[in-house]
Design a protein around this ligand. Sequence first.
Ligand SMILES: N[C@@H](CCC(=O)N[C@@H](CS)C(=O)NCC(=O)O)C(=O)O
Length: 221
Amino acid sequence: MAIKLIGYSLSPSTLRVIATLNILGVEFDPAPPASFADIKSPEYLAEKNPFGKIPVLIDDGFTIYESRPIARYIVSKYQGKYNKNILIPDDIQKAAIVDQYISAETCYFNPPLASVIYEENFKKHNEGSGPDAEMIKSQLEKAAKVLDVYEKILEGKEFLTGSDITLADVFHYPTVAFVAHGHKDLWENRPNVKRWINNIFKNEGVKKTSEDHPAPAPKNE
Ligand SMILES: N[C@@H](CCC(=O)N[C@@H](CS)C(=O)NCC(=O)O)C(=O)O
């Protein structure tokens, strides 16, 4: 039975899963909800995701939500099955370092930039009011401090854990794709971060995902 991915390709969290599927060569059926109201319906909350969010993956009767655990599940089940790409190495310590950087992405990198993306791309649609410039400014300042740490971590490296792309690098891609529209200055003067971002986008699976589903420019201003 084909894997079903409930989500919109305009959603950064959905793109995180699509990139993982593409890199590992896993075929799937995209299943966008009929509307945003759909993901708040009693059926969706009961059967798919009680938090009323996308993405949700359904694989052979198994249902899972939250993009990062979905991607980890895809790696555990399908890595090595359709191609030779490796996103989490077998070595226990190497895998732990991938998890360390996944946690850095989840806890430090993503939150300020996800707030900027929400303000600029989704707030007007969801709340009717435009972006809050003060909020964007303070979140960009927070992100800049996080990127100062990334600049040091990435010194002399192609990717976060060294010379090979891992799931940790891939998880950063959708956020970068969205903020690239107005905030490339975040990495223009951080050469290690800039090189790393370019390397991520050179990966065939990430390239395919970003070409098939380009992150839209904000329409809210
Ligand atoms: N931590 C969740 C975030 C899920 C999330 O916020 N999804 C957004 C789209 S990127 C969503 O469902 N928005 C619709 C809504 O909140 O009503 C994940 O990684 O899957």
